[in-house]
Design a protein around this ligand. Structure first.
Ligand SMILES: Cc1cc2nc3c(=O)[nH]c(=O)nc-3n(C[C@H](O)[C@H](O)[C@H](O)COP(=O)(O)O)c2cc1C
Length: 202
């Protein structure tokens, strides 16, 4: 099978990309508007893109009607966000938080998701997240420049909270304990608990 992307609709291009570039980690992004309304939403077009400075990137697409998502509006307004990784036990809550809600409604309240205060930013943390990164906005890049249909949020990590329960005896992450959720295509997901090790060649 060959796929010429020039002849694919945007929806088909999305489906092929999203079901082949897998598994994708999910950024569970909390933010707070300048007016104090908290927001939470998942994004799987997400990666670590630099360790110096420590930087994560989240792709927030425009809605189908061209409007901007609450996460983007908040981060643009306040320059702050928290990025959680999604633990296996949180997968239902993560999915619920993807619902399209009015700007004035907090997903934390609507979905009954417990919170903790962050230290360096006003946005709330998700209670029980194995890993949470408190971040400051580095830059927002509309993409593509000539006709943007998404915005890339570059977020510099200020502080990480790591659940002690996912650490090994040396205080490092034990991948078998971390047990995060990865996004596959469509409705499919995977867990990171199926691990193995490889030695790098000399
Ligand atoms: C697992 C998962 C991954 C998602 N990944 C993305 C993504 O990478 N980019 C995006 O724009 N929306 C993504 N969405 C959809 C957003 O979560 C959804 O549009 C949400 O309502 C946005 O919330 P907000 O308006 O509060 O920011 C994803 C949804 C789910 C369930």
């Amino acid at each position: 099978m060959r796929l010429d992307f020039a002849s694919l609709s945007p929806l088909d291009a999305y489906r092929w990309l999203a079901s082949t570039v897998t598994p994708r980690p999910i950024a569970w992004v909390s933010s707070r508007s300048a007016a104090g309304i908290d927001n939470l939403a998942p994004f799987s077009f997400f990666q670590v893109i630099s360790d110096e400075p420590p930087t994560l990137m989240v792709n927030v697409g425009n809605r189908d009607d061209g409007s901007l998502k609450d996460t983007l509006l908040n981060v643009r307004e306040t320059g702050e966000l928290v990025i959680q990784l999604v633990a296996a036990a949180q997968v239902e809550a993560m999915n619920a938080s993807a619902a399209l809600l009015p700007y004035e409604v907090s997903e934390f309240e609507r979905c009954g998701i417990a919170t903790r205060a962050a230290e360096r930013v006003a946005a709330l943390r998700v209670e029980g997240a194995a890993v949470a990164f408190e971040c400051r906005l580095a830059e927002i890049q509309p993409y593509p420049r000539h006709a943007p249909n998404c915005h890339l949020i570059f977020a510099e990590v200020l502080l990480a909270h790591v659940d002690d329960a996912v650490l090994d005896a040396k205080g490092r992450i034990d991948p078998r304990k971390l047990d995060l959720v990865g996004r596959l295509g469509g409705k499919a997901y995977t867990f990171t608990r199926d691990t193995f090790e490889l030695e790098r060649p000399a």
